[in-house]
Design a protein around this ligand. Structure first.
Ligand code: ATP
Length: 303
């Protein structure tokens, strides 16, 4: 695979369950070391998309390439370059953590050098539980183990389906550091789904919003915020009083504020609209567009 070829290349991907079209033409690419967050309402088709890319589910139509191969026809060597963290992992209850990870690592050995198990157990924050049985772990610790299982083979591509559900704030922060480390130091390409928009904003180089069967937005959190002209919040103090103003033109507003009040302004703070504001605006705009379209079509049909 050439260096500049996309690691993930999805063109006009379609998926139909029975008579229901869930994906109606999904398009996106990802390059080496990029972190993508796939967002969208419940039932939008995020897990379906990821499962097709993992080779776990056959698509109805479209072209998909992962690491230069079609997941529907890829071999063991290809699979060994993939890391997968599912929404819930199968039960390995009786295994001790260190033994389980060591055992799983042997599957990757013919193809590439897996993680050193002690280093891995440390990286996911399970060092003090390494000799415990899986069924003795708490929910959050289980999830950490899921992540360890997903990355034990040092994958080139990592798929994470809602990886931090059940994590406490410390585990969440450790996990974010781990994702940055994998992307920056190991050049791992990462596609994750999450409903935690602050997490997506923190982790992802690019955000994809899936709605109505296709990708309705693709860009960095900043780009999407600009596209939707999401309002920023400007806060300042003046003569002992606090002020707040919401504006889509924060720079101009601050400039005018200083022109008018100069040195009287103190404690100035500008907060760009969060990804949550942008996401909500985009999904609401998309859904109201869909309703209008459906209403127009209804009028046309009944005319
Ligand atoms: N095996 C299946 N057979 C029939 N329908 C399915 C199947 N799997 C998923 N679906 C349907 O496809 C749609 C998309 O499901 P999917 O799990 O991909 O969505 P999602 O975006 O991951 O949702 P969530 O945010 O709730 O996890 C849903 O309406 C779901 O009911």
């Amino acid at each position: 695979m050439a260096g500049d070829e996309p690691v993930l290349d999805v063109r006009d991907l379609r998926m139909r369950y029975g008579t229901t079209d869930v994906l109606t033409g999904v398009n996106f690419q990802a390059h080496r070391g990029e972190v993508l967050a796939l967002l969208g309402p419940n039932g939008a088709g995020k897990t379906t998309t990821i499962e097709i890319l993992e080779g776990f589910r056959m698509r109805s139509a479209g072209e998909v390439s992962v690491l230069g191969s079609d997941p529907a026809h890829a071999d063991e060597r290809w699979r060994a370059r993939l890391g997968v963290v599912l929404q819930s992992w199968r039960d390995h209850g009786k295994w001790r953590i260190r033994d389980l990870l060591g055992h799983l690592a042997t599957f990757y050995e013919p193809y590439q050098k897996p993680w050193d198990i002690d280093e891995l157990v440390n990286a996911v924050g399970l060092a003090e539980h390494a000799h415990k049985r899986v069924n003795k772990l708490s929910g959050g610790q289980r999830r950490r183990l899921d992540v360890a299982i997903g990355i034990v083979g040092k994958p080139d591509v990592l798929f994470l389906d809602e990886p931090t559900v059940g994590f406490d704030p410390a585990a969440r922060r450790e996990f974010h550091d781990l994702v940055h480390r994998l992307a920056d130091d190991e050049d791992t390409t990462i596609l994750l789904t999450t409903h935690d928009l602050a997490e997506a904003e923190k982790l992802a180089d690019r955000i994809l919003i899936l709605a109505g069967g296709s990708v309705i937005a693709d860009g960095s959190a900043d780009q999407l915020s600009l596209e939707m002209s999401t309002e920023s919040e400007v806060k300042w103090t003046m003569r002992g009083q606090r002020f707040v103003h919401a504006t889509t033109e924060a720079t101009k507003f601050v400039h005018d504020l200083f022109k008018q009040h100069g040195d009287d302004i103190g404690d100035l703070e500008v907060r760009r609209g969060s990804l949550e504001d942008t996401y909500m605006a985009m999904v609401v705009a998309f859904e109201s567009g869909q309703h209008e379209k459906a209403a127009r079509e209804f009028v046309e049909v009944t005319r």
